[in-house]
Design a protein around this ligand. Structure first.
Ligand code: ZN
Length: 96
């Protein structure tokens, strides 16, 4: 598990934290792009209301959340992560 901890071992109050890329290992969050919450894509025959819900309405729940991340300054890999949205603790990362 990785959380917001400064190099001197003290807990950090800023938004910096580490994300373990499945390909490269732990890296600063600033090397990544957030790709949004993981959610099931509607069927091709879904209504406009269902597509609008999928595209614009996010759960934004407090606590562990399943997300997409992209290692834009590294290996260019898209992967999935479980992150606690209260603490920014990255509990797990994995390939889709
Ligand atoms: Zn990487």
């Amino acid at each position: 598990m990785f959380s917001a901890v400064a190099p001197d071992g003290k807990k950090s109050t800023d938004m910096s934290f580490l994300i373990p890329c499945p390909n490269c290992g732990p890296r600063s969050v600033y090397e990544f792009r957030f790709g949004g919450e993981i959610q099931a894509r509607p069927a091709i025959t879904a209504s406009d209301i269902e597509w609008t819900e999928y595209l614009y309405n996010k759960k934004n729940e407090s606590g562990p959340q399943e997300e997409w991340w992209y290692h834009r300054s590294g290996c260019k890999l898209w992967f999935q992560a479980t992150r606690n949205t209260e603490t920014n603790e990255v509990i797990e990362t994995r390939l889709p």
